[in-house]
Design a protein around this ligand. Sequence first.
Ligand SMILES: [Zn+2]
Length: 358
Amino acid sequence: MSEQIFFIHPAASGRSICRNCGQFIAKKMLRIGKNVPNPCDLENEGWGDITLYYHVPCMFEEFDKEKAKERKIKSPADVCGFDQLKQDEKETVLKLIHDTNIKREDNSLHQFRCLCNKISGEDSNAGKTALVSDYLKKGTSGSGFKGDVYLLMKFLLPGVVKTNYRLSNTDLVKYFSEIFGTSHKAMEEDLAQTEVWEIIRVCYEKSKTVTPLEESMVSLREMDGLLTGLSTATQPIRILKKIIKRCTSNDLMMVVRLIKHDLGINSKAKYIFDGLDPNAYEAFQISEDLKDVVERVQSKTLHSLPGIKMKTGNDSESYGASGSSDKKTLVKRQAEDVRQTTPSKKAKPDSTTDDCKP
Ligand SMILES: [Zn+2]
């Protein structure tokens, strides 16, 4: 077990200030301390750690804002003093740990990959919709999705919420061959018969200069930030190097697929939107604003979007499964549908997709 940097105890005085909400922590109120290196010790002269204090719920809120690689409380063993708490206090902390762990999973690139894998393996459109809807209702744990719905939808719809990375397959192969210390020529020749993400995955695993992470731990939010940086970078290789440090080989394959706007899930955008709400696709066609559509679904205000004709019969249930009206609207909309994926070069594009592997 690694060194404990968190401890929990009642505040000795009322003088400490919570680093999350900025309020004083009342005397005797339970608080969590986190020991961090002194930020003023710029020369690394061994000034020792300082302690940051948080209200207990605030500590867990803070974890949401931090990068995935920051130390977090994932079990009671990570918190010194847990054993001394009263039973009801233990239960409160355990619930916060449990909920935060679920949220972390629901917001992870790993679970996103697993979802894509399932959608890709599902042949029917209604089945694809149901997988999205089910995930948004139940999440990874089965007890409810605790992640960021907008981010999940944004990642599921890279061909719709389009970020232009200005990176051709040739560019990608050039940059990654440099990072991997692999033959640029060999990688480029492989492009004729193999998808670029598969080439990059294999070369990452074989690289002698960089080693893939063994466990997938990057969050969608962190990857979203890195990809946003990539889209505006004047030197993409610098961002690609940062991305690699956060990726297993399967993570990296998915990242390249995101860059190429091709998740391999063989689904039109409409069937993904339908998993959010039966009216979400039409709403997006009107507003072209995914964030607005997600917020309206969550606040049940889709009906107030100017110009929308709500489908009847399903009462716009949030994250509702696709209704029976799907077939009727399909024909009408097909022409204007945005294609979510391009047909793959190979008949079985996902023979290499991981089955929820790291
Ligand atoms: Zn607080």
